[in-house]
Design a protein around this ligand. Structure first.
Ligand code: CP
Ligand code: NVA
Length: 302
C-alpha cells in the first residue's frame, strides 16, 4: 500500500500509471475492478473537476465515493487528523483529500491504514499533472524532447508539473516574476530528476527566454485558493505574465495552450487564447477522470 501526495511518490511508476490511463480511456479495462470498495473524499476547499471526476471514476470502476466536507466532519471542530485517519481506515478502502496544508495530508497518510490520494494542497496537485501529461501525449504524440512552459505564479500546479515533466523526458521552463518562483524544495527534486533524465529546467522572469522553443504553454490563476488576501498585489505583479496572442506567438507553431481550470478570462489568460484553436482545456479536464481511474486502480485494487 502506498499513497499519492506528491509526484515523487510515483517517481518510478508514472509511465505505468499513464499507460493504464490510456487503456482505461480506450475501454480496455476489466469490468468493475473496485467492486465493493469505498473512497472517502474530504474537501477543505471548493472543487468542481476533482470532486466529480473522483466520484464518477469510483462509480465506473464498480465502487462508490462518499463526499465529506471538512465543515461537516468532526475534524472541522478540532478532532485530531490522526484519529480521523484511523477511524476512516476502519470504514473505507481509500481516502482522497483536498487540503489547505500539505503537512496535514502528510499527517493523515502517516496515520492511515488505507491509501491517501491528494486532490490538491498548497504544495502540489499530482492528479492534475497526471491528467495534463495524458493530454500532452494525445496532442503531441510523445513527451520526449518536448518543452512545456508554465507562465505566471509558481504554485501547486506548477510544482507538480516541474516534478513530472523531467520524469517523462520533457524540458520545462517557468516564466514568473521575482518572488513568485516555485517552492525551493520542489525545484531541488525536479533538478535531480532533470539531471537523471538529461532534461532542462529553466526558471526566468524573462518571458522571451522561458518561451523559447516551447510546445506547451500552461497557465493557472494568479490567486490560488488561500491567497485571497494578496489578490490586489498579485494582479499587479502578474499582469505582465498574462497569456495572450502576442505571448503565444513566441511559442512554436502548433503549440498547445493548457490550463487546469477554473480560469479567469482577462487575467492570467485572454478569452482569445483560452477559447481559441490552440486550447485543449476541455480534453485536459476530461482526462482528470481517466488519469484518476488509473490512480484509483493502482492504489486500491487488491
Ligand atoms: N483543476 C481542478 O482541480 O479543478 P477543481 O478545483 O474544480 O477540482
Ligand atoms: N492553483 C489553483 C488550482 C485550482 C485547481 C488553486 O490552488 O486554487
Amino acid at each position: 500500500m502506498g499513497s499519492l501526495l506528491s509526484i515523487a511518490d510515483i517517481k518510478d511508476n508514472v509511465t505505468c500509471i499513464l499507460d493504464l490511463a490510456s487503456k482505461i480511456k480506450a475501454g480496455e479495462m476489466e469490468e468493475k475492478p473496485l467492486e465493493g470498495k469505498t473512497l472517502a473524499m474530504i474537501f477543505q476547499k471548493s472543487s468542481t473537476r476533482t470532486r466529480i471526476s473522483f466520484d464518477v471514476g469510483m462509480y465506473q470502476l464498480g465502487g462508490r465515493a462518499i463526499f465529506l466536507s471538512s465543515n461537516d466532519l468532526q475534524m472541522g471542530r478540532g478532532e485530531p487528523i490522526s484519529d480521523t485517519a484511523k477511524v476512516l481506515s476502519r470504514f473505507v478502502d481509500g481516502i482522497m483529500i483536498r487540503a489547505i496544508k500539505h503537512s496535514d495530508v502528510e499527517e493523515l497518510a502517516e496515520h492511515s491504514d488505507v491509501p491517501v490520494i491528494s486532490g490538491l494542497t498548497d504544495l502540489e496537485h499530482p492528479c492534475q499533472a497526471l491528467a495534463d501529461m495524458l493530454t500532452i501525449k494525445e496532442h503531441l504524440g510523445d513527451w520526449k524532447g518536448k518543452k512545456i512552459c508554465f507562465v505566471g505564479d509558481g504554485n501547486n500546479v506548477c510544482n507538480s508539473l516541474l516534478l513530472i515533466a523531467p520524469l517523462l523526458g520533457m524540458d520545462m521552463s517557468v516564466a514568473c516574476p521575482k518572488g513568485y518562483e516555485p517552492a525551493d524544495k520542489i525545484l531541488k527534486i525536479a533538478q535531480e530528476y532533470a539531471d537523471e533524465n538529461d532534461t532542462q529546467i529553466i526558471i526566468s522572469d524573462d518571458i522571451g527566454v522561458a518561451l523559447e522553443n516551447v510546445d506547451v504553454v500552461y497557465t493557472d490563476v494568479w490567486v490560488s485558493m488561500g491567497d485571497e488576501a494578496e489578490a490586489k498585489q498579485r494582479e499587479i505583479d502578474l499582469a505582465p505574465f498574462q497569456v495572450n496572442s502576442d505571448l503565444m506567438s513566441i511559442a512554436n507553431d502548433g503549440a498547445i495552450f493548457m490550463h487546469c481550470l477554473p480560469a479567469i478570462r482577462g487575467q492570467e489568460v485572454t478569452g482569445e487564447v483560452i477559447d481559441g484553436p490552440q486550447s485543449v482545456i476541455y480534453d485536459e479536464a476530461e482526462n482528470r477522470l481517466h488519469a484518476q481511474k488509473a490512480v484509483l486502480y493502482y492504489f486500491m485494487k487488491d
